[in-house]
Write a protein that binds this ligand. Structure first.
Ligand SMILES: Nc1ncnc2c1ncn2[C@@H]1O[C@H](COP(=O)(O)OP(=O)(O)O)[C@@H](O)[C@H]1O
Ligand SMILES: N[C@@H](CC(=O)OP(=O)(O)O)C(=O)O
Length: 418
């Protein structure tokens, strides 16, 4: 039994869906769970729509029309007119129509999940319709009845016992006659509300299904040949890893290598299931395999770039030392505001933390911190992490830049640059 995950880039247009169908046809006879993300940049567009609805940043109906048009255009290219998928998609979009008719009364994160989830609900309907159109027998599965989470909207915490028991009860029988097509990134609460698992969380969905079903492997189909030593969008001359250990993959994703969602690897490692990262453009190529016993070969350092960083400096109002009591209070406030710390350092009088600039969470954090501490910050910074660094690589990356913070240990160097 295999799990495939197709991300937004692989299903961004009709050609992408045709290619996806061809890849799946190449696995005839395999039992297959296919996890799919929203098409292209739909999640970003739905985030804009949520913001337009709640904060009035732009015309909510205009943004919604753009999103609908994009999907109907792909449907038209695939099926021409009159296919039942048009009605299925219209019925899914109607949920947003109902929501935006009323004033936004609920919590932002709750509204976000109810709206943004439509991207995956729609994409999987289209993929499922396409599979059946080209002779693949597949069933559409509403993942919200299978991946059970708590009600932490935008960062649902998976209830593994409940999730695994329902997946193990229902999915094997479905797989005996069908390919199962389901949504990445989504979950459901016990009150049947929709949650999301954190941006780019579809890789994690694939790993949950694989772990619960004891899959042979998970393959994530990407627009890159595999896991490279750096993001090719920022660096030329990258090198691909043929194989990587689970530990190295966890470290890379923890520091922000966006090729795989950070929560993906642990369930696979625990169940000893290999993760294959392959190119959807060149499906016959080997890609990268993350597996037990892999031998890591670092021809070049691994470089991870995180942009749009903020460096916060937090000190006691009365110039006292930063003690463990202060630190415990500060960490509590970060946790409450759901802000993750990417790098940190303490000195006698201040605690410094580098974080992602996510506007609403940052504003919330700043307000609560300022009630008890003095806070200063620099924004528009870049955090670069080098695993297996060399002094030459560090020198090259910092040339012409101001280094605001630097930390090194035997394996890893981290630099906050302006
Ligand atoms: N170390 C890396 N190796 C390969 N790709 C990387 C790496 N770091 C970042 N990336 C980026 O990850 C992208 C693929 O991940 P992502 O966009 O999340 O895929 P998808 O949404 O299709 O699942 C690539 O286009 C590449 O720019
Ligand atoms: N669509 C969601 C979930 C996801 O994982 O997408 P992708 O596989 O395209 O990164 C997002 O963009 O965050």
């Amino acid at each position: 039994m295999l799990v495939f995950k197709f991300g937004g880039a692989s299903v961004k247009d009709a050609q992408g869906l045709i290619n996806l169908g061809d890849i799946v046809k190449g696995c005839a006879g395999e039992k297959l769970v296919v996890v799919v993300s929203a098409m292209g940049k739909t999640t970003n567009a739905l985030e804009r729509l949520t913001n337009a609805y709640v904060n009035g940043t732009e015309d909510v109906h205009a943004v919604f029309e753009e999103i609908k048009e994009y999907h109907y255009h792909i449907l038209h290219e695939l099926f021409g007119d009159g296919h039942p998928a048009f009605d299925e998609i219209a019925n899914t979009f109607v949920e947003i129509d109902w929501m935006i008719e009323d004033e936004p009364h609920d919590d932002y994160d709750f509204i976000y999940d109810q709206i943004v989830s439509v991207g995956e609900l729609v994409s999987t309907r289209i993929v499922n319709a396409w599979f059946n159109h080209v002779g693949l027998t597949s069933k559409w599965l509403d993942v919200r009845g299978y991946i059970h989470t708590d009600n932490t909207y935008r960062e649902g915490v998976v209830d593994w016992n409940k999730t695994c028991s329902i997946i193990q009860k229902d999915i094997p029988a479905l797989l005996s006659n069908n390919i199962v097509v389901t949504q990445g990134f989504l979950g459901g609460t016990s009150e049947n509300f929709t949650t999301t698992l954190g941006r780019e969380g579809s890789d994690y969905t694939a790993s949950i299904f694989a772990s619960c079903l004891g899959a042979e492997s998970v393959t994530t189909w990407k627009d890159v040949p595999g896991i490279l030593n750096a993001d090719p969008k920022f660096f030329a001359d990258t090198v691909k890893f043929d194989e990587l250990s689970y530990q190295e993959a966890i470290e890379m994703t923890y520091y922000g290598a966006s090729v795989i969602h950070p929560k993906t690897i642990k369930p696979l490692q625990n169940a000893n299931i290999p993760l294959l990262v392959k190119s959807f453009m060149h499906p016959a190529d080997a890609g990268t395999v993350v597996r037990e016993g892999a031998v890591n070969a670092f021809a070049k350092p691994v470089i991870i770039v995180k942009q749009n960083q903020v460096l916060l400096s937090i000190s006691a109002i009365d110039y006292s030392f930063i003690t463990e009591t202060h630190l415990s209070e500060i960490f509590g406030l970060f946790a409450k505001s759901q802000v993750k710390i990417n790098m940190m350092q303490t000195s006698a009088l201040s605690f410094t933390a580098c974080i992602d600039l996510s506007a609403e969470r940052f504003d919330k954090l700043l307000l609560t911190l300022k009630e008890a501490f003095k806070v200063k910050y620099n924004d528009h910074l870049t955090l670069i992490t080098l695993r297996h660094y060399t002094d030459e690589a560090v020198a090259e990356l910092t040339a012409d830049k101001t280094v605001l913070l630097k930390q090194t240990n035997r394996n890893t160097a981290q630099l906050v640059l302006k």
